[in-house]
Design a protein around this ligand. Structure first.
Ligand SMILES: [Zn+2]
Length: 458
């Protein structure tokens, strides 16, 4: 039970003044009242906005960020050569390393304004490719890191069985990922049991991609989930690379988004990550499904994927959210900025991802990505309203970035002005995780991370 009082807060209908936020013992907003009196509530020290869900993360890749940018070797560097480097990196990562890297990453997320994360977790086995004594070992390390940092977690254990379309045998580099459906379901159960009673953790499921699971395996996984957890979030990598689309066409005669929509019951609890390469017809079909398109603009740029057709998708009412994926950037500001800038560069026009429902471009981007991210993670968040989680950010009223901004202009200043973080305090489930730009445990967490990085890169 806690109560907060904000001079100004962005509610669903717009900015409100003198807002009292009441939080129950589960971390849910029990009342959000504008034009209220403080009445002993804790006073918030700046404008308040909803926290941003980060719908796509591979935590271990935080340890590789910035280390894969050297040109050279033979042939052209691409997503596929980067992936080889990623496989080699995984030869070393042990459970302690993963926990250290994930904890550091999650602290960075919170300080940047992400209050929840969808962890698309596919490293299940030891470096030799054997399951750990507890097959959920690495999943539980992710959960422990999230709990230590205090970020809300939707854990998405990944079904990964094959190297390519048509059930080709996995390669040596994929030995840490490969698992059976039974083992994966056991991992799901184990994580759910360990995290039972923690309202900040929930568990979904992720068939890795149409490359890594066969149609039969996909159907079996969805059937099993429909029995045990029918409303659980389902995430899948879908059409990140042109070669992936070409291979899917060669295998099935259909493009990946079309194939999935033809063969799976895609609904609002699905998230299609990297729906980058779509025809106009696929754009309309995906938007009509109610599923969320999971966009990771900085990673998609870093890997040379291509650009998502965000303008056409938005015109058809498609839902979207953002993720930091490979963590070359850990900032909702930068993801949203590049989501809009990518479209400006292609269309040679400005203020493209806007809506008459919101005062400004960035207000629209923030609101839609927060709502879509929450939908994708299966959490009641992304908006400050009774019944939603008390996950919010207090912007720094002293930041020069925000000096001249008012109302929805605050979002524009946040997203399109400068590179100094303007997030001051962060609450998850009504509990402070960042105060005055600092996380309580950031020093010991950074120390463990630095030690792990020294070992991993020795
Ligand atoms: Zn991914």
């Amino acid at each position: 039970m806690a109560a907060f009082f904000a001079d100004t807060a962005r509610l669903a209908g717009g900015w409100a003044r003198n807002v009292r936020l009441e939080v129950d013992s589960a971390g849910t907003l029990s009342a959000v009242t504008p034009d209220a009196a403080p009445d002993g509530a804790e006073r918030l020290r700046g404008p308040v906005i909803p926290g941003m869900p980060n719908l796509h993360s591979h935590a271990f890749q935080r340890a590789m960020a910035g280390l894969g940018e050297r040109a050279g070797g033979t042939g052209r560097d691409s997503f596929w050569t980067w992936r080889q480097a990623m496989y080699r990196f995984l030869d070393r990562l042990d459970p302690d390393d993963l926990e250290a890297v994930a904890a550091q990453l999650y602290v960075e997320m919170l300080k940047a304004g992400y209050t929840a994360v969808g962890e698309f977790h596919y490293v299940h086995n030891d470096p030799a490719g054997r399951p750990y004594a507890d097959p959920a070992e690495l999943s539980l390390r992710v959960v422990a890191a999230a709990q230590r940092a205090g970020i809300r977690l939707t854990h998405l254990p990944v079904l990964y069985a094959h190297a390519g379309f048509g059930g080709t045998a996995p390669g040596e580099g994929q030995r840490r990922f490969v698992t059976t459906l039974d083992r994966l379901l056991a991992i799901r159960e184990r994580v759910a049991a360990v995290a039972a009673g923690d309202p900040r953790v929930r568990v979904g499921l992720a068939p890795h991609s149409l490359r890594a699971v066969t149609p039969d395996e996909l159907t079996q996984a969805l059937n099993a989930l429909a029995v045990s957890a029918p409303d659980a979030p389902i995430h899948i990598h879908i059409a990140e690379q042109v070669r992936e689309v070409d291979d899917c066409l060669a295998w099935s005669g259909r493009r990946p988004v079309d194939w999935l929509l033809d063969h799976a019951p895609v609904s609002p609890n699905w998230c299609l990550v990297h729906a980058t390469h779509m025809t106009d017809a696929e754009v309309g079909r995906l938007a009509g499904s109610g599923a969320v398109a999971g966009l990771c603009p900085t990673t998609e740029a870093n890997l040379g994927d291509g650009l998502f057709p965000a303008v056409a998708y938005g015109q058809r009412g498609g839902r979207l959210g953002i993720g930091s994926d490979s963590h070359v950037s850990v900032s909702p500001v930068e993801e949203l900025r590049w989501l809009e800038y990518g479209q400006r560069l292609v269309h040679r026009a400005r203020t493209l991802l806007a809506s008459p429902d919101d005062g400004t471009v960035a207000a629209h981007l923030w609101r839609t990505a927060a709502a879509g991210g929450a939908q994708a993670l299966g959490i009641a968040a992304g908006e400050l309203a009774a019944g939603r989680q008390a996950d919010f950010l207090v912007l720094d009223p002293d930041s020069p970035v925000l000096a001249a901004a008012r109302g929805d202009g605050l979002f524009d200043a946040l997203v399109f002005c400068g590179n100094v973080p303007a997030v001051r305090d962060v609450a998850v489930g009504g509990r402070w995780v960042v105060r005055d730009g600092r996380h309580d445990a950031e020093d010991p967490i950074r120390h463990r991370f630095t030690e792990a990085m020294r070992r991993l890169t020795a």
